[in-house]
Write a protein that binds this ligand. Structure first.
Ligand code: CMP
Length: 141
């Protein structure tokens, strides 16, 4: 069964720095996801810490938040059939060393931290992550 879903995607500072947001968006669009909201922003440290609060006890939390503030990011809502899982397949494994051929992280990520993209890991987190960045009026399906 297919269900239309929305998921939150972030194109991270390592990717905006290398000017490859278009190449990344092409991966989403060519594999069935529609970009129904998108904006380029720069996170404050407090905003990054709020977004990644679930990881606050992890040893990489401080570095991760500093990295996410180190340059602009593109936040976007992707929509399509099974968008949460489909986006995770398109991104590939968190660690680019473990990512499958043809995935964004295999082809573009620099490291486990500078791994080019974030995507929500469940429908529940998609819902709350989308609300952190977008109002319903800004999402145009
Ligand atoms: P992301 O999908 O944005 O979710 C949390 C991020 O933490 C993850 O991608 C990685 O970029 C980052 N990270 C850094 N170190 C690690 C690690 N050892 N294990 C998991 N995630 C890590």
């Amino acid at each position: 069964m297919t269900t239309s879903q929305r998921t939150l995607s972030i194109i991270k500072p390592d990717a905006t720095r290398r000017n490859i947001t278009g190449q990344i968006n092409q991966r989403f669009e060519s594999q069935g996801l529609r970009i129904v909201a998108q904006k380029k922003i720069r996170l404050s440290l407090a905003e990054a810490e709020k977004f990644y609060a679930i990881h606050k006890e992890r040893p990489f939390f401080k570095d991760l938040c500093a990295f996410m503030c180190s340059g602009p990011i593109v936040v976007q809502v992707l929509e399509g059939d099974n968008a949460v899982l489909l986006n995770r397949q398109i991104m590939g494994a968190t660690n680019p060393a473990n990512a499958d051929e043809g995935t964004i992280r295999k082809d573009f990520a620099e490291s486990i931290e500078a791994n080019s993209v974030h995507g929500s890991d469940s429908e529940e987190s998609a819902h709350s992550e989308i609300q952190l960045f977008f109002s319903e009026l800004e999402i145009v399906g």
